[in-house]
Design a binder for this molecule. Structure first.
Ligand SMILES: [Zn+2]
Length: 506
């Protein structure tokens, strides 16, 4: 008889406080919105460094979550909670705690530490009015949660159909929080895998929509339950390292089943493309789920495929209310606004806008040709005037002023460069202050030797306070440009330049 080896020493994972993650009320019942419960622990850790300066920043893979704290935050553990801690691709919930004294304080994040769900609450809001044993009411921000639930359950349905029909295995997925789009990474590495193409994405979207319309049940079984059918898919992501150390037995992994019992029981009342002989999806899961695929409302798959890791494809999708509010409605408004701009119906927009862009390109070519012709003529006429008109002393000595009423900075720069390129003798270079105005602002370009131009630029800035400008740097002996804009318009700029005693030429 051999002696049993001693139990492996405890890992660094902290002991679990309150109901363990995996068994939280939000995981047992995705529709519970509030819970009267008790405070199990309150700690006030030293503020962590701010990461990226925005809340809900990404944590590094395999590392504990870095919570951004601009101010001291309390870590509160409850007996149980309706607030989901970040995990399995689903973001952390937000919500409130109603304290014993009746004050409602915000929960700004919920993170898993081992199997403990930790609620983050600004210490200043609590003002000391929370203690272990206090009765409190936890309430989830339902709009945010419902959106996350729709994206999460939608991903189950999408991934299940993608794998069974096209052999696209889901390698990972991410719920979009800043963007309307969630992403999924498909790995076409199964025996029946077909290439990921835009045509197949259209078919996949149609199939997902049919399964939404079919109103299939979505049921959650705890890991040990014999009522859960065999899994149809693998686990998209391996368990986090600290959970692996705890062992699967210590952790309730739930199984989510889509389509075990269609709400509409007769095959004839299902959309013609949907035939339910066995569950559509049976997979391990820790997130929150809809009760019925009809609650997914609708689906959108972006018509684009991003190739990653050589073989895999990233595809973008969205489910539920956000499709209507963030895609459909803004899209229709954009179509209407664009349609008004180019006088076209939505179906004509691409042709109409292409036409406008072609015309703009042709106009640009014409403007460039005319500008080249005009600036060459102007240079021929104006360069000889410099020697005749220029004043010999002062900070602007040697410079003359040329003004052109309706113009653009591009035109003045082109004219300045024409002077620069025509410059016949570096010993006697061109020196111009060019001014003009577009619809809004006065424009100025100074062109001349690098030794002189910055000084003239400074003089203009001093004479006209609202001028912002810069440039004019270069090696001595080279011709450089200094550019500026005057918010007060062209007239103020010209008046300022005249106070510097720069003679004008025409
Ligand atoms: Zn899941």
């Amino acid at each position: 008889m051999t002696t049993k080896p001693a139990q492996a020493p405890a890992t660094t994972t902290p002991p679990t406080l309150g109901t363990p993650v995996g068994d939280l009320l939000c995981q047992r019942n995705s529709f519970a919105r509030t819970l009267r419960t008790k405070v199990v622990a309150v700690t006030r850790p030293a503020p962590a460094p701010v990461v990226n300066g925005k809340s809900g920043g990404k944590k590094e893979k395999g590392k504990p979550a870095v919570v951004e704290q601009h101010e001291p935050v309390l870590h509160v553990v409850l007996e149980d909670t309706v607030l989901f801690p970040e995990g399995g691709g689903q973001p952390a919930d937000r919500g409130t705690l109603t304290l014993k004294n009746g004050k409602q304080v915000p929960v700004i994040d919920v993170q898993r530490q081992g199997l403990t769900a930790v609620h983050m609450i600004p210490a200043a809001e609590v003002d000391g009015a929370i203690a272990v044993g206090d009765g409190v009411v936890a309430t989830v921000d339902w709009a945010r949660r419902w959106d996350a639930t729709q994206q999460h359950s939608g991903q189950h349905l999408l991934s299940a159909l993608a794998e069974s029909v096209y052999g696209w295995r889901t390698a990972s997925w991410a719920l979009g929080t800043d963007s309307v789009w969630n992403s999924v990474e498909f790995a076409p590495d199964l025996p029946h895998s077909q290439p990921v193409t835009l045509d197949r994405l259209d078919v996949l979207e149609d199939m997902v929509a049919d399964h939404i319309a079919a109103g299939l049940s979505v049921t959650v079984h705890d890991g040990a339950s014999s009522t859960a059918p065999d899994r149809t898919r693998g686990i998209a992501k391996t368990l986090p390292q600290d959970l692996q150390e705890l062992g699967h037995d210590a952790f309730t992994m739930r199984t989510v089943v889509i389509g075990a019992t269609p709400r509409v029981p007769t095959a004839s009342s299902l959309p013609t493309n949907v035939e339910i002989k066995k569950p559509v999806d049976v997979s391990l899961c820790c997130g929150t789920s809809v009760a019925n695929t009809a609650q997914l409302q609708t689906v959108a798959i972006k018509p684009s495929i991003a190739k990653i890791r050589g073989t895999n494809s990233r595809v973008f999708f969205a489910f539920g209310e956000r499709v209507r509010t963030q895609l459909t409605r803004p899209g229709l408004k954009r179509d209407a606004a664009m349609g008004a701009l180019v006088s076209g119906a939505p179906a004509e927009l691409v042709d109409k806008v292409s036409g406008v862009m072609e015309a703009a390109k042709a106009d640009r070519r014409l403007v460039n040709a005319l500008t080249a012709e005009l600036t060459a003529e102007l240079a021929k006429r104006l360069v000889p005037a410099v020697a005749a008109a220029a004043v010999k002393t002062g900070p602007t000595a040697g410079f003359v002023h040329y003004h052109r009423a309706a113009t653009s900075l591009d035109f003045l720069v082109t004219l300045a460069n024409t002077f620069k390129n025509l410059d016949p003798a570096p010993a006697n270079p061109v020196r111009f202050v060019l001014t003009g105005a577009d619809d809004k602002v006065g424009l100025v370009v100074v062109v001349g030797p690098a030794e002189d131009v910055p000084r003239v630029g400074d003089a203009i800035r001093a004479a006209v306070p609202d001028v912002k400008g810069g440039g004019g740097k270069g090696k001595a002996g080279t011709i450089v440009l200094w550019q500026g804009r005057c918010a007060n318009g062209g007239a103020a700029l010209v008046a300022g330049v005249h106070t510097l005693g720069v003679p004008s030429v025409e």
